[in-house]
Design a protein around this ligand. Structure first.
Ligand code: BES
Ligand code: MN
Ligand code: ZN
Length: 509
């Protein structure tokens, strides 16, 4: 899909040459700016009670006299904030995406303030969200929308320039979200650890990432005893994926993303109940979001170094599977008593976090569908955000709010750590049920003493259940916003790649 901008000619909106025209109506009455042929249907519908200037206000009109576009729709928005615009555009596009619509023009009428780049970005994400169809294993699915071009109508050349940047940023993020959704929606018999590794390599080739895949032997040599303990019950060989975007100079410390890549979580010997177990194919949602974010970062050609680490394996019961009470040695050297084999995410993440140390990162964020307890705590709207670093937590929280992919900070007090005491190892992998999302984060924290680290628990946000079951692509928007925001904050003057970090004297290894 292509996004562009347009300042209409003398004929105004009515003269725009597109298949469909979406008018986003802002405010409590028909906008004065909406003159000519487009005013009549709106005026008539609102006096007949068929359109109201409040939430849910939506109208379709066919072949409006004097309007060049065959199909028109009006969708109400409270204002031109990203959030309001996203809602209106999603509703409007749902009306117009079908049929033969290939070219859609979107105009905003009645706004006190023109939309900004963030609103333009939200518009792009809303269009993609409204037109996404999963087809990979469903040939009978409705054909993907023919929509190929979306034109955002602007009032002036200056507005055009400002919004074009938002559209381009939105397209990069939307492509990342789409990749994450595609990967996470794939069933586990298709999306195996090897498949994830292949997809990472494919992304590397198409988008200029350096991708390295460690297999079981490599991980054994390194000493990733916790990761391999989870993997040992499965016939599917584990893969540890290292994907690098080198957008800055070699010595520039990278941002590191660590994604939980459990391609199916049965619970292992601590097996899960049958109901809804199919949804555990989404347990690689963290990994999918890392690849999606790398795609967005690469497409945006961010002048930063970013590394994605993905421990990928299945959690299966078998004669070779790890058993409750087994003690394993993590890459960090700390030993772990695996009291519950269903708390496997933290076991694969802890070795990846230790691996991250060797990259001398600026910051590390792990993303994981880690605990059912996080879903109980926060529901499906906000992801759980954990960090001992106030500044990093604030950055991520702000990025999530700005990108409409919000998170909420949860505590990490030392007191919670006592739940992980074990008589047989340095720590147990589970505590009691209460505060389960926090004890999971406390477990990870034990592997991050040398890192500036944050953890996102996306168990409640990475996918939807019920009749709309499917991956959401979250938190790609949050992560992309955070990473792409760093390039503005970065003190590098000379663009991509030239100058070494002035903040760190040490060379990266
Ligand atoms: N992948 C699950 C977490 C999960 C469960 C996410 C349900 C979304 C919905 C994770 O591996 C898990 O099983 N966690 C356990 C931890 C417990 C054994 C301490 C859980 O949340 O029940
Ligand atoms: Mn589990
Ligand atoms: Zn899991």
């Amino acid at each position: 899909m292509n996004f562009d901008t347009l300042v209409p000619g003398k004929a105004g909106l009515a003269g725009i040459d597109a298949d469909a025209l979406l008018v986003v109506v802002v405010g409590s009455k028909a906008p004065a700016a909406l003159e000519g042929p487009l005013a009549a249907p709106l005026a008539e519908a609102s006096s007949a009670g068929d359109f109201s200037f409040k939430a849910g206000g939506l109208l379709y009109a066919h072949r409006v006299a004097g309007v060049k576009a065959r199909r028109s729709a009006y969708a109400w928005a409270a204002d031109t904030s990203p959030k309001a615009l996203r809602k209106a555009v999603a509703a409007g596009v749902a009306l117009l995406k079908g049929g033969g619509t290939q070219h859609l023009a979107v105009a905003i009428a009645g706004a006190a303030a023109p939309p900004d780049a963030a609103a333009a970005q939200a518009l792009v994400l809303a269009v993609h969200e409204a037109t996404y169809v999963y087809r990979a294993t469903k040939p009978s699915a409705p054909a993907a929308s023919k929509l190929a071009r979306v034109t955002l109508v602007c009032a002036s050349k200056a507005e055009e320039a400002a919004l074009a940047a938002g559209l381009a940023g939105g397209e990069a993020v939307a492509a990342g979200v789409a990749l994450a959704r595609e990967l996470a929606n794939r069933p586990a018999n298709h999306c195996t650890p090897a498949y994830l590794a292949e997809q990472a390599e494919k992304l590397g080739k198409s988008h200029g990432l350096k991708v390295e895949v460690l297999d079981r032997k490599d991980c054994e040599k390194l000493g990733m005893g916790a990761f391999l303990a989870v993997a040992q019950g499965s016939e599917q060989p584990p893969k540890f994926i290292v994907a690098r975007w080198n957008g800055a100079a070699k010595g520039e410390p990278p941002l590191v993303l660590v994604g939980k890549g459990i391609t199916f979580d049965t619970g292992g010997i601590s097996i899960k109940p049958a109901a809804e177990m199919d949804e555990m194919k989404f347990d690689m949602g963290g990994a999918a979001s890392v690849l999606g974010t790398l795609r967005a970062v690469a497409q945006a050609k961010a002048p930063l170094n970013v590394v994605g680490l993905i421990p990928a394996c299945e959690n299966m019961p078998s004669g070779r599977a790890v058993k409750p009470g087994d003690v394993v040695k993590s890459l960090s050297g700390q030993t772990i008593e695996i009291l519950n084999t269903d708390a496997e995410g933290r076991l694969i993440l802890c070795d990846a976090l230790t691996y991250a140390e060797r990259l001398a990162p600026k910051a590390v964020v792990d993303i994981a569908t880690l605990t059912g307890a996080c879903v109980i705590a926060l529901g499906h709207h906000r992801s759980g955000l954990f960090s001992a670093d106030d500044a990093l937590a604030a950055e991520l929280q702000a990025a999530g709010d700005a990108a409409l992919d919000p998170a909420w900070r949860m505590p990490l007090d030392d007191e919670y750590d006592e739940a992980l005491k074990s008589n047989f190892a340095d720590m147990a992998n589970v505590g009691p049920r209460a505060g389960g999302a926090i004890t999971a984060a406390m477990f990870l924290k034990r592997f991050t003493a040398k890192l500036r680290w944050a953890h996102l628990d996306v168990a409640g946000t990475a996918w939807r259940s019920g009749h709309n079951k499917g991956a959401t692509g979250r938190p790609v928007a949050l992560l992309s916003q955070w990473i792409l925001g760093q390039q503005k904050a970065a003190p590098t003057g000379a663009g991509a790649g030239a100058s070494p970090s002035p903040r760190r004297g040490k060379k990266g290894r």
